[in-house]
Design a protein around this ligand. Sequence first.
Ligand code: SAM
Length: 247
Amino acid sequence: MGAGTTPQGIVSEREAARWVRTMFGRVAGRYDLANHLLSANVDRHWRAHTVRRVRGILRRPDARVLDLACGTGDLLFAMEQEAGRALIGSDFCHPMLEQARAKIAAAGLRSVLVEADALALPAPDESFDLVTTAFGFRNFANYRAALGELRRVLRPGGALAILEFTQPPNALFAAVYNWYSTKVLPIMGGLISGAPDAYRYLPESVQKFPDAAELADWMRNAGFAQVDWEYLTFGIAALHIGRVKSD
Ligand SMILES: C[S@@+](CC[C@H](N)C(=O)[O-])C[C@H]1O[C@@H](n2cnc3c(N)ncnc32)[C@H](O)[C@@H]1O
């Protein structure tokens, strides 16, 4: 099995993907509430920051934009508002997309949702000018294959933005944060979502995920140029942006 998410007791990429899809399906109805409460709404700032970093592309009227692993759609909708037009969101978990669909209807949004696996996108080569993914990438069953697939669907001059949890670089802060995420988060997340295993998986998957510098190297190795990244909120999260060279 190549590097990708490995929930406890899972031995193949196919099983890992199925586990992840089922788990998000169980928490879909409470996902937004749990997210905003457990992060004290900081997650909204991370998405808003991501939108600011890619707004040059979003404001181009002809730019084709995909928000991958869009879940209930918070990054997708923030980008739609910035762009002022319909964008595309995709996810492989039907109940998460149902939540997104309800938000589109309630708020009069226009984005289009596609049910698809990030590792096998139903899109021709060089389809998009921007692909974003927020807190989705870490859950993919094969990171190298995912980067290859994202590189494939991006046009020359396009960009990939990955917003993801990471390991805080300061040892003292990391110790406090790890205590919160391994001891407090599973209990509170379990109470809010009804799925404590989902909130045990979260810190485990972050600990197994490549650190921010390593992820940047993986992006370079997958063919992305000018990869830069920054820590957000003391390194709880990181935003990586890589570009595809223009022809
Ligand atoms: C933590 S949620 C993030 C949702 C949303 N992007 C956000 O910022 O709130 C992770 C999402 O990734 C999706 N996901 C995980 N693996 C996937 C894959 N291989 N293909 C498509 N979606 C995937 C899950 O279904 C879930 O909706």
